[in-house]
Design a protein around this ligand. Sequence first.
Ligand code: LLP
Length: 406
Amino acid sequence: MPEQPSHEYLLQLAQEFGTPLYVYHIEKIAEQYQKLKTAFQKSDVVFFYACKALTNVNILKYFKFLGTNIDCSSINEVKLALYSGFQSSEILYTANGISFSEIEEAQGLGVNINIDSLSNLEKFGKRFGHSYPVGIRLRPDIMAGGNLKISTGHNKSKFGIPVAQAGKILELVNRHDLVVRTLHIHTGSDIDDAEIFIKGIEVLFEIIPGFKDLQSIDLGGGFKVPYKMGDKEIDIQRLAEKIFETFTNYEKTNGRQFRIWFEPGKFLVSQCGYFITQVNVLKETEATTFAGVNSGFNHLIRPMFYDAYHHIENISNTGGEKRKYSVVGNICETDTFAWERTLSEVREGDYLVFHNAGAYGFEMSSNYNSRLKPAEVLIIDGKAQLIRKREEFSDLLRNQVITDFL
Ligand code: LLP
């Protein structure tokens, strides 16, 4: 098990590269991947890293090196995956609500495609018919995931083709002689209960008989990782046992065997990431003591957007007396990272680190308030390397077209 970077080391990186700063510890990614591989070794499983969690190409290249496949949610992610060395056959494109021209582009690049609407399936059938195999994303009508914003399989979700429309799917498949290789579901993120996956599989088993060319069942991502002390990680070992049992029983009864696909994002990269900020201002009020840092939800949106909890530590005063602080950002609207959180005494200039910042941290950052995006650093073999430069003022103007209308 790789040792976590120490407080002193993170502090050193903050001083060397400046803050705010994203730091990724690469050996942690390998450890998480190894956990998955070991747990699922009895089953025929392929892992596609859901790269929307973190797309720095150095990270993508590392996944290629580890031997995973890759799941993409936009055509640009597909292009980043190709750029990072993945073969077309190792790339899966699972998008939603996209124009058919993007599907044509993906087909032209030769990647695996999961289609998520009847409308695009019909266009696909007319254009490619039998000539290009395809996957179909279904909506299994299962409520799962840490909160409603990241629940994607329930009966009000925009994702996938409702399973109740399976008859219509089959009509299109037969009309256009489509080769359906994969059925896909992804019910949500932060799933801590193995049973949810089994429920999803059972929904798929109901409709599988109509799909004669099926080779793989894609169960998406969503494995929960701990964010808080005492939080539990999904029991991967138990999940793997249950999946093995469920598919073995199906094979015995129905004589059909499938390869299982997963698309983990958070599980692979959440815990490798640290986001380091520096305290600009302390403000005592009757309600709380604010520790205002040199960042905001423009850099780490998860607390404001999902009420997500990120463990925070004061790495420049670890021995300080414990006190409660509300850690806030510098964006010109309510921008709270944590309310009344116990931290070692915070002084202006101290460095606060946010844990679990690898997944959907930098990736969801923006330039709101015309703030610059942070730098990214990778720790590999105990050495730190810059993998994305901090933005500069000129980056804000780069794509603006200055007209002389005045
Ligand atoms: N596959 C599909 C089709 C997905 O839509 C997602 C995530 C994944 C796989 C990977 O899910 P994961 O293993 O990372 O939970 N920004 C939110 C999470 C949104 C997830 C979107 N889809 C957050 O920060 O919690």
